[in-house]
Design a protein around this ligand. Structure first.
Ligand code: PLP
Length: 397
């Protein structure tokens, strides 16, 4: 919707692209096989290793996150292989459907969409798999439809405790560069990511980080693959090139975004997201509304999904915030359609942007006649001010 001032894009991705990244992409098209490109490609590939926290192979595709989901599976699995997945929400369900369509057998550990994956349930299932039928465990780190985070280090421990050889695949499409993530340390075999969320880029790039174990699996995996083949990337990537036309201008943007993330410091980026999640949840509770994630340790710093009171439409409420305040909030997806709205607080985002967003939500609740208590924005202000005070005190010590 047009209007004065800036549109508030507060969906949980695609996120707002910082001016520095926009300027970095504002370049003439270049020869992706010419000498100048090698440095751009190399910086992007090496830079992404520092974001995934891996020494292993990183693959960059021109494509959306869905492509990187497919790449993870077609490079490592064979027709009929059994894949264990965890139903954290809409995106876990989509990944499962994609696996079904590729000719894999899939098994879901059912969830209620109000928490991340339960590592104990995964361990129990793996222990029962005495025949070693399960070839991969697939988990969504930050379930963007619900705002629940899965404890990946615990999932790794569960697989090890069961002594199971399955590969661990993790979707970090909405968590990478926003939430703490450690591909190597957590023993992840394939990490799946996308450009349009924590990496602060437009949609259009997707990624796999690949362990040695996954590389070995790729040598014998028999699902058909062409565009997504890791092996085709490896040779040209060594010198910074790609086997087909890379999204050159997005790579300029990616290099700038990686610089920005390291200038801020990844730990500070993660702490910022955590504090915005905490402030948003305090606002929701002060309004007398419920956060969809009901497991405190799993609540997300990336987004907050808010449950509407019974009998009220989340989509009607979102229409009010869009039309009156030029703000887009995320909709409820599939099972929770019209039942929740989602506040995105990730990427290039700061305290005042959160406060503008929460003010828009509070005014929207008032205008749409949703029963709520005043004071959510104040609760968030108190939370953010407290954090800034603590930071100032820490800096003074
Ligand atoms: N996985 C998660 C957690 C997501 O949030 C999304 C998109 O929002 C996807 C997968 C699918 O990615 P894409 O829409 O880029 O294909």
């Amino acid at each position: 919707m047009a209007g004065p001032g800036r549109h508030f894009l507060q969906i949980p991705g695609p996120t707002n692209v910082p001016d520095r990244v926009l300027r970095a992409m504002d370049m003439p098209t270049m020869d992706h096989r010419g000498p100048a490109f090698a440095d751009v490609g190399k910086r992007a590939l090496d830079g992404m290793k520092s974001i995934f926290k891996t020494q292993g192979q990183v693959v960059i595709f021109p494509g959306s996150g869905t492509g990187a989901w497919e790449a993870a599976l077609v490079n490592t699995m064979s027709p009929g292989d059994l894949v264990l997945m965890y139903e954290t929400g809409h995106f876990a369900t989509l990944w499962k459907k994609l696996a079904d369509r590729l000719g894999l057998r899939t098994e879901f550990i059912e969830g209620d969409w109000r928490s991340g994956a339960d590592a104990d349930a995964i361990e129990t299932r793996l222990r029962a798999d005495t025949a070693g039928e399960i070839k991969a465990v697939c988990v969504v780190h930050n379930e963007t439809s619900t705002g629940s985070v899965s404890p990946i280090a615990d999932v790794r421990k569960a697989i090890d405790a069961a002594g199971h050889p399955a590969l661990l695949m993790v979707d970090t499409i909405s968590s990478l560069a926003s939430l703490d993530y450690r591909h190597d340390e957590w023993g992840v075999d394939v990490t799946v990511a996308g450009s349009q969320k924590g990496l602060m880029l437009p949609p259009g790039l997707s990624f796999n980080a690949v362990s040695e174990k996954a590389q070995a699996a790729a040598k014998t995996a028999r699902l058909p693959r062409a565009y997504w083949d890791w092996a085709d990337m490896a040779g040209p990537n060594e010198t910074g090139y790609f086997p087909y036309t890379p999204a050159t201008n997005l790579l300029y943007g990616l290099n700038e975004a990686i610089s920005m993330l390291h200038e801020e410091g990844l730990d500070n980026v993660f702490a910022r997201h955590q504090s915005h999640g905490e402030a948003a949840r305090r606002a929701v509770r002060a309004w007398g509304l419920e956060v969809l994630c009901n497991t405190p340790a799993h609540c997300s710093g990336v987004l907050t999904a808010v449950m509407m009171p019974e009998g009220y439409s989340a989509d009607a409420f979102r229409k009010v915030t869009l039309e009156n305040f030029n703000m887009s909030l995320g909709n409820g997806l599939s099972k929770v359609a019209d039942r929740v709205f989602r506040i995105g607080h990730l990427g290039d985002f700061n305290d005042l942007m959160l406060m503008g967003t929460l003010s828009g939500v509070e005014m929207g609740l008032e205008l749409s006649g949703v029963p709520y208590r005043r004071g959510g924005t104040q609760a968030a202000l108190d939370c953010l001010t407290g954090r800034q005070q603590t930071r100032a005190e820490d800096a003074a010590e």
